[in-house]
Design a protein around this ligand. Structure first.
Ligand code: KG4
Ligand code: ZN
Length: 352
């Protein structure tokens, strides 16, 4: 079959998922994912060295599997996109080195991309091209940001607000630990909350006063409030109502996230809210966002759950946008940038 649009291979390895995906002209041709999650469970969180070793072992089979899923060969790939940051340094470096080797071997350009831009771009694969402007709420394990997006392949990203302490996903993971729900915490809290009453406990909604930054987030106080509440109940010899605590905590997070996101759309005259990142997989965050966007007359775009958490398709999706925008390729000397700020989809520095 002859293909006129370039095929982009995307590689993701910033945390505990090894992902590869193939995208052409906004269409997902195939992808594959391996996770080292189980290896971290007994430590209660991701161990960077364990993650890096797992990426090393999984990388070649995952790329092979993605190519097979797309019925393509490495020779069909026209560009290689890879997460160059942010993420765990050891983990990012495995993906970056692999992508460089592949790009060099096939003589095709390399694009170092920002992981969070991938989270935003992945929605294109499900719902088509993004509108000219949208507000993106990016909620992951390491980041929580409200962004104003233009053309993701070309324009700089404008930050309307970010978290001042913990990311929303981090709060989910910590609360899961306090409740003895294990790792990974987000899906466990989500499941536990199904049987709970979201109004059982009035946990705080941080930065919600008029004098607070309108689009700033803070989840560290909420996490502490949950821990204190559980501690007090335990000290008093009572049973901890895990489902109610999980549901009330989840409600507090969903409430603040969606209220601020809708307000940002209104203030900036934007008609579309893009909800992305691992926490966008959360049942209540999704349903409350739907409710509030519908009430405000906004279009809500949320990727399917499988594409919300880290994967290779999202990196191929953002690479595809960059290739189509004519972005300059990255040099093979591109270095991993574990704490790269999000200023645009392409990560052009620092250099090794
Ligand atoms: O985007 P992601 O896969 O990785 C990062 O870039 O950080 O996000 C992972 C985060 C973790 O904190 C995880 O607990 C959270 O997303 N998460 C969820 C759910 N699924 C994943 N949080 C709440 N509810 C979920 N269903
Ligand atoms: Zn992520």
């Amino acid at each position: 079959m002859s293909r006129t649009s370039p095929v982009v291979l995307g590689i993701e390895s910033s945390c505990d998922e090894t992902g590869a995906g193939l995208v052409s002209d906004g269409v997902l041709l195939g992808d594959a994912l391996a996770s080292s999650m189980d290896a971290h469970a007994r430590y209660g969180g991701v161990v960077p060295e364990v993650a890096a070793r797992a990426h090393l072992e999984a990388m070649v089979p995952v790329v092979r599997q993605a190519l097979d899923a797309a019925s393509l060969d490495l020779a069909d790939v026209d560009a290689v996109a890879v997460t160059a940051g942010p993420g765990l340094s050891t983990a990012v470096q495995v993906g970056l080195a692999s992508a460089k080797a592949l790009a060099f071997a096939i003589g095709k350009p390399l694009y170092g991309v920002h992981h969070l831009a991938g989270h935003a771009a992945v929605d294109v694969l499900e719902h088509g091209p993004l509108p000219a402007r949208c507000v993106a709420l990016v909620v992951s394990g390491g980041h929580t940001s409200l962004l104003l997006l233009g053309d993701l392949g070309r324009d700089p990203v404008v930050h309307l607000g970010d978290t001042t302490d913990d990311a929303a996903g981090e709060a989910f993971d910590k609360v899961a630990r306090v409740l003895g729900l294990g790792y990974p915490g987000g899906p466990a809290v989500d499941r536990a909350a199904r049987d709970g009453d979201p109004r059982a406990i009035a946990f705080p909604r941080a930065l919600s006063r008029p004098q607070d930054p309108a689009y700033g987030f803070s989840f560290s106080g909420l996490k502490t409030a949950v821990a204190r509440w559980v501690e007090a109940r335990t000290d008093a010899g009572g049973q901890v109502p895990v489902a109610d605590v999980a549901a009330s905590f989840q409600e507090a997070v969903a409430d603040v996230l969606t209220r601020k996101a809708v307000a940002a759309c209104r203030e900036h005259g934007v008609g579309t809210l893009l909800l992305v990142g691992g926490v966008a997989a959360n049942t209540r965050v999704r349903s409350l966002a739907e409710e509030r966007c519908a009430a405000a007359g906004l279009e809500l775009r949320v990727p399917p759950v499988r594409l919300c958490t880290d994967n290779g398709a999202m990196i191929a999706a953002v690479g595809d946008l960059l290739v189509r925008a004519g972005a300059p390729a990255s040099p093979l000397s591109l270095a991993a940038d574990p704490s790269a700020p999000l200023t645009g989809a392409l990560l052009s520095g620092p250099w090794a």
